[in-house]
Design a binder for this molecule. Structure first.
Ligand SMILES: [Zn+2]
Length: 393
């Protein structure tokens, strides 16, 4: 028989649960914590004192409630003092932010990213943004780590980017490259942009409270962040969720991956621009131009958008049958496509998905908008803290 958890394990777990609660839900009274966490009052008091001693939370009187009796103290995350660095390396954008415990963006820098910019060129730009932000950090602040969301296939063990779309990245150790540039000694966790965005929406966005979620993220290509049974599903090596490379047309259009007929050759940037007769164009603005033209009545753009919407519903129907999610979120360029062609998506979904798999599916756009990868990158860093709060700093 395995020995049960030690007292230290239980305490660490309870500290993590209390800190996670105020990190996700904000200021909470001791009374609410007692009920929600199922612990007694004296335990909550002791845990709060421990977290307060290392500067992770503070306690104070609640705002005037007008009710009689002694009010329960309120526990707040030290959002301005405890923070993580978050980076998002997207196809057309580089972003860096300082995110406080509790999820508030304290400071940020957004930069355009020319396509094809290599990791060795991107890292100094991100490091420069961080160095600017560092000048504003209070002297007593605590950095708990850093997280990176990157468009590409990320090896879970060490964050190596095996392959990045439209960027020429092959086997790039972006975490180590960033650590060298920054010269800061904190752990850096790297994740795929769709996985990380799904994580963010699940933690504090539109999918909060949903245990089975599919987040479709589009840029040049299309990937999915999958939450199954409340956990991130990323496969053996971390490369799962590459739904854009589902084969949907035998001998179809050539894909960047080297195969033909992948789903993203129909719904990704190249596919939509090709269908709209704009094969020479590239980039998010060109893509938005197609939606705009469709909106203004351009017949070819309308056909292209309808066709891509039909393909979007076709693929989502397959994914709904496989994963039986309660929510599908359309992020990145998939948000634009879904909003422009919702009727086609729904119609194809209704005719192709199994009724039982489809019956509770809600189709949504991201609540955190384009910030989801950045917020999720910070959550990757906070996960380490929440696992062992007293190991801070
Ligand atoms: Zn492919």
């Amino acid at each position: 028989m395995r020995p049960g958890p030690s007292q230290d394990d239980v305490r660490r777990q309870n500290l993590g649960a209390l800190l996670r609660h105020v990190h996700v839900h904000g200021a909470t009274t001791r009374a609410e914590l007692t009920t929600t966490l199922g612990l007694n009052r004296s335990t909550i008091g002791a845990l709060t004192a421990d977290l307060s001693a290392v500067g992770l939370v503070s306690e104070g009187a609640p705002k005037e409630t007008g009710r009689a009796g002694r009010p329960s103290l309120v526990v707040r995350p030290e959002s301005a003092r405890v923070y993580a660095y978050a980076y998002s390396v997207e196809v057309d954008r580089l972003r860096a932010a300082r995110v406080g415990l509790g999820g508030a963006v304290l400071d940020r820098r957004d930069l355009d990213r020319p396509r094809g910019l290599l990791a060795a060129e991107a890292a100094p730009l991100l490091a420069g943004a961080v160095k600017e932000m560092q000048q504003m950090v209070p002297a007593d602040a605590i950095c708990v780590g850093a997280g990176v969301a990157v468009c590409g296939m990320v090896r879970r063990d060490d964050g190596l980017v095996r392959l990045g779309p439209a960027s020429g990245w092959v086997d790039e150790p972006i975490g180590a490259t960033l650590a060298d540039e920054l010269g800061i000694d904190v752990p850096i966790t790297v994740g795929n942009v769709a996985d990380v965005a799904a994580f963010a929406e699940h933690a504090r966005g539109v999918a909060a409270g949903c245990d089975n979620v599919l987040y479709l993220y589009g840029d040049v290509g299309v990937g999915a962040g999958i939450i199954a049974g409340g956990r991130r599903l990323t496969g053996h090596g971390g490369y799962g969720g590459e739904v854009g490379h589902m084969k949907v047309v035998r001998d179809g259009w050539p894909c960047e991956c080297g195969a033909r007929g992948c789903w993203e050759t129909e719904i990704g940037e190249h596919g939509l621009l090709r269908a709209a007769g704009r094969s020479d164009a590239r980039g998010r603005d060109a893509l938005l131009g197609v939606f705009d033209a469709a909106d203004r009545g351009d017949a070819r753009a309308q056909t292209a958008v309808r066709q891509a919407g039909d393909w979007l519903g076709f693929g989502v129907a397959n994914l709904v049958n496989v994963f039986n999610p309660e929510m599908v979120i359309f992020g990145g360029t998939m948000r634009d496509l879904y909003l422009a062609a919702a009727a086609q998506v729904r119609s194809r979904l209704n005719s192709n998905a199994l009724g039982a798999c489809l019956e509770h599916v809600r189709l949504r756009t991201p609540q955190l908008g384009t910030d989801a990868p950045l917020i999720g990158a910070a959550e990757l860093a906070f996960e380490r803290l929440l696992a062992d709060p007293l190991d801070v700093g």
